[in-house]
Design a protein around this ligand. Structure first.
Ligand SMILES: [Zn+2]
Length: 458
């Protein structure tokens, strides 16, 4: 064995037990008490937890969007994730109109492959169904079984009409893929933008909240879920932000639809009152921050299992980029940093807050994403034969978030000044220590593209 993590407590989605974990050639090869450490590097995890590394299935690194490019690139974004315990991220390769989706994937891989510091994959972003429909089976075969479709962003040329969405869902019932949707009703939002646009200066950033009411997400989720139900398709709702949306997903699951839902730390922990503050525009995301009642409903969903995954929707924009809004909420670059705070926030507010158990934490931040997205049984648990993607978690370590000390390229943090207890001591990517005490110590380019399997399910 090259490395042994000794004296720790292993936490998986289902079990908690004291054991040493032995690693060879990037894989977990032994789990047991008092493993002999002859010649191996020893990490002493006494008083610490040994968990599968976090898997963030929703990031946008160096994404050209809203007239700029998101500020954490594949190198820095994956470093930032590693610092706090993420060991896999899934980004997006979004085709432009008229472009082959496979060409978009090839181009995105050329950007990511030399830079990533932990393992990664891509979702195929379908914006031209006429072209993508003929490529879908081959892309699933290639190792990308999940596809993003947008029910919004008509003006950016990204929006899928219902006919395309129906057909794409139908196809996933045959090829084992899954359609991940950004669910908002574009027509309703466009109408509201037109109605409130003239008052942009008076409304300030809060105009963003007024023009994307909960029902715009609720309706789109219910519609997509119905399409999944009637086609036998496989659906995933990204960045679900509303209580009504969670109810719609639950209803669809009860009806037998194959649908899962993700929410993000910002929707569990921040609310739309922030838009009224001096720097309210910094918090502009799409969908937007909601109300405390939505946060409670989403937490309940995580507890009951009707919300299955935590992702971040990381799309870092710094204060200079955010300043492009010039006082008009319709021009805010949508997005926030997230990879570096996901696990500590979910541990602190979820586990320390008494809302979820450590096992459930592992499930929603690692095991469920691995299973739904076809990374299992390679990633997402601590077991023999799995990649040694491990976070050795110090539940007593206190950290106060301060962007100046963080890895992210962002010059502000949505959680600035907040203190959390619980943080990565060591993050291992395929057996290599890539972060220690919140600092990146790995090698740029260590990460690999990971082909994923179709038919991922819980
Ligand atoms: Zn996103």
């Amino acid at each position: 064995m090259d490395t042994i993590i000794k004296n720790g407590t292993v936490v998986t989605a289902t079990d908690t037990y004291k054991a040493d974990v032995g690693i060879a050639n990037g894989k977990i090869v032994q789990i047991g008490e008092n493993l002999a450490a002859v010649g191996a590097k020893v990490l002493d995890a006494g008083d610490k937890l040994v968990m599968p590394g976090g898997i963030d299935v929703h990031v946008h690194l160096q994404l050209p969007f809203c007239g700029t490019v998101s500020a954490d690139d594949f190198e820095n974004g994956t470093k930032a994730g590693a610092c706090s315990g993420l060991t896999t991220v899934i980004d997006y390769a979004i085709q432009t109109k008229g472009q082959k989706l496979m060409d978009a994937i090839t181009a995105r891989r050329a950007e990511a492959d030399p830079k990533v510091c932990v393992d990664y994959s891509l979702h195929g972003g379908i914006t031209d169904w006429e072209i993508a429909q003929g490529e879908m089976d081959a892309i699933v075969e290639y190792g990308i079984p999940t596809f993003k479709m947008f029910m919004v962003y008509r003006s950016q040329g990204w929006m899928a009409d219902d006919g395309s969405l129906l057909q794409a869902l139908e196809a996933t019932g045959r090829n084992g893929g899954r359609i991940c949707v950004h669910a908002e009703n574009d027509d309703a939002i466009q109408m509201l933008l037109k109605r409130y646009g003239p008052q942009a200066k008076e409304l300030g950033a809060y105009g963003h909240a007024i023009t994307r009411p909960n029902y715009t997400e609720q309706e789109a989720i219910a519609r997509a879920a119905l399409w999944a139900e009637v086609t036998g398709g496989r659906l995933y709702i990204v960045h679900m932000s509303t209580g009504e949306g969670a109810d719609a997903v639950w209803a669809a699951q009860e009806n037998g639809a194959n649908v899962y839902a993700e929410t993000c730390p910002q929707y569990l922990l921040l609310d739309d009152e922030l838009f009224k503050g001096e720097n309210g525009h910094l918090y502009g995301t799409c969908p937007q921050l909601r109300k405390p009642v939505d946060q409670e409903r989403l937490w309940t969903g995580l507890q009951h299992g009707t919300v299955q995954v935590i992702g971040t929707d990381t799309c870092t924009f710094n204060t200079t980029q955010k300043a492009m809004w010039e006082g008009d909420f319709r021009k805010i670059p949508f997005g926030m940093p997230g990879v570096e705070t996901m696990l500590p926030l979910m541990w602190h507010h979820g586990v320390n807050g008494g809302r979820i158990t450590p096992n459930r934490f592992v499930q929603i931040c690692s095991t469920n994403p691995a299973q739904i997205f076809g990374l299992y049984p390679q990633k997402g648990s601590i077991a023999i034969g799995f990649d040694a993607d491990i976070v050795v978690w110090d539940p007593d370590r206190e950290v106060t978030f301060n962007w100046e000390e963080m890895q992210t390229n962002c010059d502000w943090s949505p959680f600035q000044g907040q203190s959390v207890r619980g943080y990565s001591k060591w993050t291992l990517s395929r057996g290599e220590v890539v972060a220690e005490d919140g600092k990146f110590v790995g090698v740029v380019g260590h990460g690999r593209f990971v082909p994923r399997q179709p038919w991922g399910d819980l």
